[in-house]
Design a protein around this ligand. Structure first.
Ligand code: NIG
Ligand code: FE
Length: 412
């Protein structure tokens, strides 16, 4: 039962109907009178679907999900979905054996998207963003995290975040914004990496914070991108400026990103393909959510993160798409769940946990979304099949029949 956008009861039909009965009587005492909609005289629990439907005083919508699995909406806690241009030719180069980092070093990769995003008008970014959000919604995503990081200059970083704020107002999917100004070093700062970090933290970040454009700060901590020292400098400043922390860590090289995330009290550390045993233990102890992105490992033909080991060592594991134009161009939540189940030894139950309540924890929203509990937002998906087991089984294809966002049917 969802009222005013929030879940008020969950359980067996008769218990939920009993709760509804109480709400109706509270709202309209006439409801308990002698009229057609009266509940007086009915034995408790005798309030039926039919009564429900005939309760003309209320604008009640009844959705019959008999024989279908009902789950919390998915939380995709790591994406880069606002960008200009595409990089299909790079995908082909990678198929011919070129590495992701090699393409990046030659000025391709992220910088390619930076060029296109700097050129793109706000309206183009918004238009494209809307389409991608529609696609995410069709996979059952009700909340998504989105990062900047394709501007790497003041105006474009701000523009990307503004586009997300605008999309959040106009699209049912909720958007949580992350400032990723330190995604890579732009050509104008080549060889002056430290100065670029200073520019981002001392000039752009204060503006992002002043305009309330982001809740999180993230950085691509990686060999030949930003070092551990640079990452620490950037993230410490972000924390001091009131942002919560995320980090792209240990993706290609075991650099100590997981350890740094634990040391700084980051909300999540993401990728973690090469994280050390100690890094994983540190994260578990510090309560950092390990956000794993198996679609990226798949797309880049890299080894998968050690999801099983992390769970067995008490890490909270979230899974996300990493949707972006380079390393993983997909919105497919079921593909991510299938990859986690097939290649990370994560059970379907753990994978769904990783995309719901743990995804919510990865964006610091575990108290309001991510599970079907009274008090939480009415974000619910209904599958066309009777069990969640169909999600990894129907590989990559959406089995979501209906999406309810804050109590409203938004995809059918
Ligand atoms: O999470 N690893 C760095 N950043 C993104 C990829 C961005 C891109 O290639 O455009 C990621 O995989
Ligand atoms: Fe990413």
């Amino acid at each position: 039962l969802i009222e005013d956008g929030r879940i008020t009861a969950v359980g067996k039909t008769r218990d939920v109907l009993a709760q509804f009965e109480k709400t109706m009587v509270n709202r309209n005492p006439a409801f308990s009178g002698d009229g057609e909609n009266s509940v007086r005289g009915k034995k408790p629990g005798f309030f039926s679907h039919r009564d429900f439907l005939s309760s003309t005083q209320a604008d009640v919508v009844v959705i019959d999900a008999a024989g279908k699995a009902v789950l919390p909406g998915f939380v995709d806690s790591h994406t880069h979905f606002v960008f200009g241009g595409y990089r299909a030719e790079e995908f082909s180069w990678r198929l011919q054996g070129r590495g992701y980092m090699e393409i990046m070093k030659r000025g391709g990769g992220i910088l390619n998207t930076v060029k296109a995003t700097r050129k793109a008008a706000k309206s183009e970014l918004t238009e494209a963003g809307l389409k991608r959000l529609d696609s995410m919604l069709s996979f059952g995503v009700t909340t998504v995290e989105g990062k900047s990081g394709y501007g790497l200059d003041h105006n474009t970083e701000i523009r990307q975040l503004e586009v997300m704020a605008e999309l959040d107002r106009h699209h049912p999917v909720d958007i949580v914004r992350t400032f990723l100004g330190a995604h890579t070093v732009p050509p104008e700062y080549k060889g002056k990496e430290d100065r670029f970090v200073d520019f981002m933290k001392d000039t752009v970040m204060p503006e992002v914070v002043r305009q309330n454009l982001a809740e999180f700060c993230d950085i691509f901590c990686e060999k030949n991108v930003f070092s551990i020292q640079q990452s620490e400098r950037m993230l410490r400043s972000a924390k001091a400026q009131g942002l919560k922390l995320k980090i792209h860590a240990d993706e290609m090289v075991s650099l100590g990103g997981a350890e740094l995330a634990a040391k700084l009290g980051a909300v999540s550390a993401d990728h973690l393909l090469q994280s050390s045993d100690k890094g994983i233990r540190d994260m578990a102890k510090a309560g950092v959510v390990a956000t794993l992105l198996p679609g990226t490992a798949f797309s880049l033909k890299e080894p998968y993160a050690r999801g099983r080991y992390m769970i067995d060592n008490n890490c909270a594991v979230a899974l996300a798409t990493d949707m972006n134009p380079g390393s993983c161009f997909t919105e497919s939540v079921p593909l991510i769940i299938a990859l986690a189940a097939l290649y990370m030894n994560i059970t379907p139950e753990e994978a769904i946990t990783a995309l719901t309540i743990n995804g919510a924890a990865a964006i610091d929203r575990a108290d309001t979304i991510g599970s079907l509990d009274p008090g939480k937002l009415g974000d619910v998906i209904i599958l066309e099949f009777p069990s969640y087991q169909y999600i990894p089984y129907h590989i990559g294809v959406s089995t979501v029949e209906k999406v309810i966002k804050k109590g409203r049917l938004v995809f059918d």
